[in-house]
Ligand binder design. Structure first.
Ligand code: FAD
Length: 555
């Protein structure tokens, strides 16, 4: 049909039907039952109202669009000005800054440090879980700043100067000395060309300006091969000092008000995480201050990595939640072969299986966050030591697989950039790679068991209340006991980490999740006989109940 209005041609070929409404204007917190139950259970219930506000803000169409804009318009490096003078700055799209402002105002970067209280790390964990669903790149500087604080506290004079700035709820992106800004953020640089996992291979050199020692000034010469969020105000970096590998605080500006000699060489062209800038840098006699003792760089900075690894698990569990929410939402609104997709038996099974994985990841990462709240408790500290690398390994790995399957639920629409699914799919692997890749995490699980005898006790204490509740869990725990009793074997470290993680997830779900979820998890994850792909739950599982629980609700 042709519209005959003079000067206009409206050509109508069809009505658009059977396409779902966009998943916008919803509350990421209230509509995620696994999350809000976990927050209450793990000690963050007092934060529910604030988390609801944050969840609604994130779920607005405008905020969701910022995520798309920030990814469509990746950061640009300006190495030089037009006269050839060095600039070494990165320009971000305004949408990036809007998202960063939102995250900093909510305290995702440092709230548990600035306002410590029981459950503060759990409440913050929920904000990470939600934030990364809308845009995961911003999580990088936010997470690094969160992790820097405990490492920096090891050097009280530097901490006194920097922490008030890091605790500020105001995001200030200006390229100015931190002293002139209303808030600051920090990054970190460990990875060099010749080695990332093996930090002892670091070759950057640090020479003291005077006598040297904790808190004193040094000059750094060298490079970092991966250096994310280079517009942060300062960084913790590793370099070889006269007494060995040491940790330094390297500010972007020197105290005399000049840009520090940190040269941004180029930005990485990454698979995903595209809204965030990851750079290669060189230190040209850059000024830096020693944090902790010379030669103790790895223990100092590893304190930071414990926190960033928690965030990798949270980031992937959040991305899983978004992928599952999108998949269920689509299947609820799309029909094929005379039925809503969600009601097609085979699709109900795929969705239920995805939802189980997502709920198990959420329950576990929030449980782990509680251990960060209870650092006065030796059992919780030992639990954290063992479970942080195990959770990072397993949740990040499962997220990669889940993203591909959830994308397929949307059919062709899922493969198109306008849906968020390609972004989630590209984002997932980075959480597995950075902050210690899969094998490194599994070797760390072995190390924790060998060097921290309390770690196995903490695991047993965690599992004890779930014993005798489900025969499949009981049988699995018996197999786990045997695996833990066997001599450590590096070649089996992945299998052991997986078993530990599944046991804790199973125990949490058996104790706290609705029966359908616990039953589905035990039958498919602990009892064997399951296929390799998602959607192979054994018969008899209440798939519909699992999907209904995980469905996101529009406002
Ligand atoms: C987007 C992005 C941003 C990043 N940002 C930062 C940043 O801001 N700061 C920073 O310091 N780093 C950053 N990194 C670097 C990241 O942390 C490292 O890439 C990662 O730790 C792995 O180090 P590598 O690349 O040197 O790989 P390698 O250390 O060479 O490891 C390669 C592979 O070998 C495995 N492996 C290593 N040793 C063993 C072993 N003993 N047994 C079995 N397997 C082993 C690893 O698990 C890995 O799979 C970033 C990386 C990415 C992708």
């Amino acid at each position: 049909m042709v519209d005959a209005t003079p000067g206009r041609h409206r050509f109508t070929t069809h009505d658009v039907q059977n396409q779902p409404p966009p998943l916008v204007e919803y509350d990421l917190f209230q509509s995620d039952r696994a999350l809000n139950e976990a927050v209450a259970r793990e000690g963050g219930g007092w934060a529910a109202d604030g988390l609801g506000d944050f969840g609604r803000h994130l779920g607005r169409a405008e905020t969701i669009e910022w995520g798309f804009q920030a990814n469509r318009n990746p950061p640009v490096l300006h190495g030089f000005d037009r006269f050839g003078q060095r600039r070494d700055v990165v320009e971000f799209h305004p949408a990036w800054h809007s998202l960063m402002s939102l995250a900093v105002a909510a305290g995702v970067h440092t709230a548990p440090w600035a306002e410590p209280k029981p459950g503060a790390h759990v409440a913050r964990a929920a904000t990470v879980h939600m934030l990364c669903q809308i845009e995961a790149g911003v999580q990088c500087p936010i997470t690094m700043t969160y992790g820097v604080v405990p490492a920096l506290k090891q050097q009280p004079d530097l901490a006194q100067h920097w922490l008030p700035r890091l605790y500020s709820r105001r995001y200030d992106p200006r390229f100015l000395p931190a002293e002139e800004k209303s808030g600051a953020l920090m990054g970190m640089g460990m990875t060099e060309k010749q080695g990332g996992s093996d930090l002892r291979a670091n070759s950057s050199r640090a020479e003291p300006e005077g006598a040297g020692g904790p808190g004193q000034a040094y000059r750094l010469v060298g490079h970092k091969w991966f250096f994310s969020a280079p517009m942060c105000d300062a960084f913790l970096v590793l370099a070889q000092a006269p007494k060995g590998l040491s940790c330094f605080l390297l500010p972007r500006w020197t105290p005399d008000g000049a840009p520090n000699a940190l040269r941004l060489m180029r930005l990485k062209d990454k698979l995903g995480n595209r809204a965030n800038a990851s750079s290669e840098v060189e230190f040209h006699d850059a000024l830096a201050f020693l944090v902790g003792e010379e030669g103790r760089g790895i223990p100092t900075i590893i304190e930071m990595a414990t926190y960033t690894r928690l965030d990798c698990a949270l980031g992937s569990s959040g991305l899983m939640r978004q992928a599952v929410a999108q998949a269920i939402h689509h299947a609820q609104h799309r029909s094929a072969f005379q039925r809503k997709l969600v009601d097609q038996p085979l699709m109900t099974g795929v969705l239920a299986d995805l939802a189980l994985e997502s709920e198990a990841a959420t329950a576990l990462s929030l449980r782990l966050a509680r251990a960060f709240d209870r650092q006065d408790d030796a059992g919780e500290t030992a639990f954290r030591r063992l479970m942080t690398p195990a959770a990072k390994y397993w949740i990040c790995k499962r997220g990669i697989m889940l993203a591909g399957e959830a994308m397929e639920v949307l059919g062709g629409n899922g493969y198109v950039e306008e849906s968020i699914m390609p972004r989630i799919y590209r984002e997932m692997p980075v959480n597995s790679i950075w902050e210690g890749s899969g094998n490194i995490m599994c070797l760390d699980v072995l190390r924790a068991l060998q060097r921290t005898p309390a770690a196995a006790d903490a695991l047993r204490a965690e599992l004890a209340p779930a014993r005798s509740a489900d025969r499949r869990l009981d049988a699995f725990l018996t197999r786990l006991d045997s695996a833990l009793a066997a001599p450590p074997d590096e070649g089996q470290a992945r299998s052991l980490a997986e078993m530990i993680l599944l046991a804790v997830q199973g125990a949490l779900l058996v104790r706290f999740a609705p029966p359908a979820v616990a039953d589905g998890f035990c039958a498919s994850r602990l009892d064997g006989g399951r296929g390799a792909a998602f959607g192979t739950l054994p018969a008899g599982i209440d798939r519909r109940a699992i999907v209904e629980r995980a469905a996101p609700a529009l406002a």
